[in-house]
Ligand binder design. Structure first.
Ligand SMILES: [Zn+2]
Length: 127
């Protein structure tokens, strides 16, 4: 699969999804509205005070796609038929809520803290 033109990575701590590592995953834009963005940061356990001014994305792992995404069924049908798809959007008020990747981290065992730090540095990576 050819790499997508825009590099995206998941802004959720401990999640390693990115358009290069997991190109088949869906990525959703984090809302630009400051209050919504703050809500998302709290929801995904991002350290407080950490801003993400530019484009941030959250991968599909943190949503229940069938319930959280508008017209997801239509999207699947189009995809299945190799038809041109459309941009998926989340239903209003939906915030990331599934964090399998963080289970050990949240339990206080910050085993992969180094990975998290490395990931944060990607904020400065050229796109
Ligand atoms: Zn993710």
């Amino acid at each position: 699969m050819s790499p997508p033109s825009v590099y995206k990575y998941c802004f959720v701590p401990m999640c390693v999804s990115s358009t290069t590592k997991t190109p088949d995953k869906l990525f959703f834009s984090v809302p630009r509205k400051p209050e919504l963005r703050a809500e998302w940061c709290v929801a995904v356990h991002r350290p407080p005070g950490l801003s993400c001014k530019s484009n941030c994305h959250c991968c599909e792992d943190h949503f229940n796609l069938a319930e959280d995404v508008q017209e997801y069924t239509r999207f699947l049908i189009l995809k299945k038929n190799n038809m041109s798809s459309f941009r998926l959007s989340l239903k209003p008020g939906v915030v990331p809520h599934k964090f399998d990747c963080q289970s050990s981290w949240i339990n206080g065992r910050r085993v992969s803290r180094r990975t998290a730090m490395k990931k944060l540095n990607l904020n400065d990576a050229p796109s």
